[in-house]
Every structure is written in structure tokens, then in C-alpha cells.
Design a protein. Sequence first.
Length: 577
Amino acid sequence: MGTAAGNGGGRLRSADWFGEPGRMGAIYRSWVRGYTPEVFDGHPVIGIANSWSELTPCNAHLRRVADAVKQGVWQAGGFPLEFPTTSLGETLMRPTAMLFRNLMSMDVEETLRANPLDGVVLLSGCDKTTPAMLMGAASVDLPAIMVTGGPMLSGKFQGRDLGSGTDIWRFSEEVRAGRMSAEDFRASESCMARSDGHCMTMGTASTMACMAEALGMQLPGAAAIPASDSRRQVVAMAAGQRIVAMVAEDLRPSRILTRAAFENAVRVNAAIGGSTNAAIHLIAIAGRVGVPLALDDFDTLARAVPTLVNLMPSGRYLMEDFAYAGGLPAVMAELGELLHRDALTVSGRTVGDNVADAPCWNREVITTLAEPLQPPGSGLAVLRGNLCPDGAVIKQSAASPHLLKHRGRALVFDRLEDYNLAREAEELLVEETTVLVLRNAGPKGYPGMPEAGNLPLPRKLLERGVTDMVRVSDARMSGTGYGTVVLHVAPEAAVGGPLALVQTGDWVQLDVPARTLRMEVDDQELSRRRQQWQPPAAPLARGYARLYVDHVLQADQGADLDFLVGASGHQPPRHNH
Ligand code: FES
């Protein structure tokens, strides 16, 4: 039993359960009810890890996607078993879904390892569900293929397209500035999210779906297809067929997630104008497979790569347009020799083979290397200096060009809540040139590093028509956000990083072309301030949040838990019977 296929022609892992000759085999088979006996006899058992949840609206349609995967698995001679995972809904969870990314990765990892699975299809969608699943699957290293749920259809409101997130930020500022009515703002809600799927701007969910494809963990073309397009079901069925073959080929994440694959992903992220969050997530995934990937790679590897994709928040179109224009294969084909074309993917073919004939149907949406949307090196910049010795990031394509070199006085807030109160006050001492600084919003400080870095502008400046200011924090920003926003300052303030020492009134210099962020405070004064610095109040006393705060790494290291870095393989820690 259990030797017909899989594991490079060797014995199936699931045969340790279902092929067991004695009493335990009977128990294992008996409790998995409702199948004819031959399904336990040499058919690869394929887990369908489903992050479906009504609390994660972006993933709420994934039961339907799972049905298509199952059909594909059966067609190819596998035995599909669907199971739920933790699900992370970006919009509803507090304090931030990021706090739970590592928890979800642990759930995925331990569920895969503990069960009689030969391979797995990972169904994700909303921002954190994609990296969490890839992290967990990478640590187990069973054959795995991802199917993201696809973006929503384009928002439509008053005769124009609406982008999720991006237009929420824009509209809420318009309301605060008195240029949009509260009624219109309310009416735009249901026009923005009008179908199944995740955010349809190039926010973090779309970015990570593209990253899964660029890494080679998702079938070519799958990232961009809208959730409600019938081709989403087709690609899910194809993934179900493909995972059965992957088990036979013993095609595991460790063969796909190589340094070359991560370099491809970093360059693709620059070309698509992807989210700053990709830096944190890719470093965390790389950590699970032991691939060295540093924050600086996001700057150096991407310097030769222009922004090709004209999607919000860097451009004007949406994921639906991107899919119809040819999706990610068209981008990867255009990148040509900028990518490692020999990198292996879940299709069983190389990147080069996957995209060799990929057409582009709309050069407004996917531009060319010769005439890009933005010039090479306009993606993520990694900054250093006495404010951020371990690095900070800024998304240049979403920033205001005139602020990329800027000197201004700091206005410092210790808590996000303090800023949210102060920003409405007429008497707030703030100018257009002020550098807004938010601290204690990093991985340990908040905890979970919320998407708070694109602070809404002070009301009095908005009313004067100011649309952007330099903002600096140890927080993250939604991938749909925009502005001249310096994020992920490391080390964070809560662990005593220099961000903890900056004071209101200090001069701060941002020089993105020189890749620096500095406060004009001399070392002597900084060491005086350091002696007076008090760490923030002790963290939460118990539970997962306590575990997180005690073990989370800094942003430049991927914000994984220190004891989760690396892989444990697919053997259960001990045999129970
Ligand atoms: Fe789920 Fe944006 S809220 S992807």
C-alpha cells in the first residue's frame, strides 16, 4: 500500500498512517469516513489549507475555490482533504492583523506536520494570510502550491474607478478638508468593495499574490485574475492537478525558494510598485528556508528596475485592468534578463519557460523597460543614519518628488492615539515643513507594528491645501497608502533605538537620493538623552501577545519570532502510538 506514486517514486508519507497494516491503520482509515477503500491505497493525500472566514471578507469565497482545487486533485489521482487554518482579516482585526501573522504560520506549519499529508494547496488572499501560509509551508517543506483568492473587481463610483484603501485614504482627507460631503463618502463604501476578493489596488494582498507567483509558488498568471472571474476556478483546478504531480516529482518549497527566487521577487516587487510590507514578509519567508536576504537587497537589487505597472497607489489603474493586460507573466517577460530565468517553479518549469510567450495587451497598464511608468530605482529605498542604524524604508514611487530631499523640525508623538487627538487641533504647532515623528509603533512597541505610518495630515494644513508631509515612524503602512512616509525604522523606539531619543524641535534631514535619514543632534547629546531614557511600560502579562513581544525580531529581520526562523521538516516531533 502507498507505494504507487509520490515522494520521488518512494513511499508516500501518508502511507505511514493509511498504509499501516494493523490496528492503527484501521483506526486511521475508519475515522476518515465516506470514501471507497482504494483512495487509501497509494493515492497522494493532498491537504487543502483554507483560510476561509466570514471575518476575513477578502477570503470569504475560498470554499468555492477549494471545490475547484478538489476537482483537480481527484482528476489527477489524488485524495483531497480540506482543513481550516487561522484566518487574518486586515480590516477587522485589532490591534493589527500583523500581530497574528506568525501565529497563523505556526498553525499552518504544525497542522501540515501533524497530519497524513503528502502535499498541500495553500488558499490565501488577504494581506497576512499569504506570507503566513508560505512561512509555515516553507518550514515543513512538503510539496506545496499556493492559490491566492484574487482581487475584487474595480470599484466604480460616480463615473470613475475607485481603488480599495487608496481612495479611502484620499476621500477621508477630502472630507476632513471640507471638499467632500460625508454623504458621498458613505455612498462610496459599497461601490468600493462590490465583489468577492481582496483589495484591488497594488496593496499588500495584490503584492503578496504577485510575490507568490514571482517566487514560483503560484501558477503563472494566477495572481491577477479577479476573484469572481471563472478563470479563478480554472487556475484553482489546475493547481489541484499540479500538486499531485508535484508529489510524484518531490518538488518541495526548498527546491523553489532559492536565493534566485527571492532576487526575482525583489525585482518584480520594484517593477509592480509593490507594497513596503513585501520587504518584511519576504525576509521572514527567506528566514524559514535559510536563504540570506537582507533589507539592503531591496534597494541594491531593485536599482536597475523601473516601475512598469501603472496601478494605484503608484499609478492609476487597478488589478482587473492588470489581469486583462496580461498580468504578472507580461511583467516578468518584459523584465527579461533582469530575472533569473532558470529558477524552478511549481509548474515544474522555469520562470523563463513560464513567461516566454506571455503577451501584453495594454501598454498603458504594463509599460515597457524602454518607456517605463517611473525610472529605474524609484521603488523601495533603504535609508540609514543616526535615526535608523539598522535601516528604514520609503516607497519612492508613492512619495512626493519635492520632499525626497527635505530638512525640517521634528514634531514627536509617543503614541498613535496622542497624534490622532492632536491632529485636529487648530493650535497644533505644525508647518508644512515639519517632520511628523511617531514612535512606539514597532513590532514590540504597539505590539504588532500597525499600518499607522501614513499619518493623516493635521487638519489645519489640510484646510490650507497641503497634501503631503514627511512622516517618520517605526510603524508600517498599508500597501494601498501613499505619501512621503519613512517606515520600519529599526531598531524601534520600544527597544531603545535612536528614534526613542529624537525630540520635538530637533532638525531632521531626509535625503533619499543619498539614502540617509539623520537627526542633527550630536553624539554627546544623544548619549545624555540615552541615559535618561526609560523603556516603555512592561508588555502584556500573558497569552500570545506576551509570547510575541518576548520573541519578535525587528522589522529589518522580517519580524518573525526568533524561535520560528528556520525549518523543522515534515517529521512529527515524536510518534504518538
Ligand atoms: Fe484584505 Fe485589503 S483588506 S486585502
